[in-house]
Design a protein around this ligand. Structure first.
Ligand code: ZN
Ligand code: ZN
Ligand code: ZN
Length: 159
């Protein structure tokens, strides 16, 4: 990612044992919910966890097969759809990217602190949901999903 500042922007996701353990947890969770973590779903989740940060769909498509032709886009999009519905990933609209979620167990309202300098995103507990619901209700709305995306600079980039 192009950075506005010149400090180290290395960000790492999960690898090795920690990555395998997280994928096993996902498999168990799927089985408990009568869902299957098929090979493509597992692969996309693996990539997101490895990356640790929001990832664009075309990067997922490109890295899907380690060596060989890239994945068929629908395969990746269908996997992302599943991961999102099951609460394993979120779509961050303002970045047009996806990020793994380890907060489970189901899909949930989410809030992100996004650093516009290094691209780091951190999921936090959303606040003010009750107030939002009240306002929505009085306006005659039913809220199905909420994702709050706050942009700014992380501590490392402000230093
Ligand atoms: Zn989440
Ligand atoms: Zn940053
Ligand atoms: Zn920075």
């Amino acid at each position: 990612m192009a950075a506005a500042c010149d400090h180290d922007h290395d960000i790492h996701g999960l690898e090795g044992r920690a990555l395998q353990a997280e994928l096993s947890v996902a498999e168990v969770r799927c089985a408990q919910e009568d869902q299957r973590l098929t090979a493509p779903r597992r692969r996309v989740l693996e990539l997101l966890l490895q990356h640790g940060q929001p990832m664009k769909a075309y990067d997922l498509i490109a890295s899907f097969t380690a060596d060989g032709p890239p994945a068929k886009p629908p395969t990746v999009y269908r996997a992302l759809d599943f991961l999102e519905k099951q609460g394993f990933a979120h779509r961050i609209e303002s970045l047009n990217a996806y990020v793994a979620c380890r907060r489970g167990p189901q899909s949930h309202a989410a809030a992100f602190l996004i650093c516009d300098c290094c691209g780091r995103s951190r999921e936090i507990e959303p606040v003010g949901l009750d107030a939002l619901d009240d306002i929505a209700t009085s306006a005659g709305y039913v809220v199905d999903a909420v994702t709050i995306e706050a942009h700014g600079r992380c501590g490392a980039c402000r230093a």
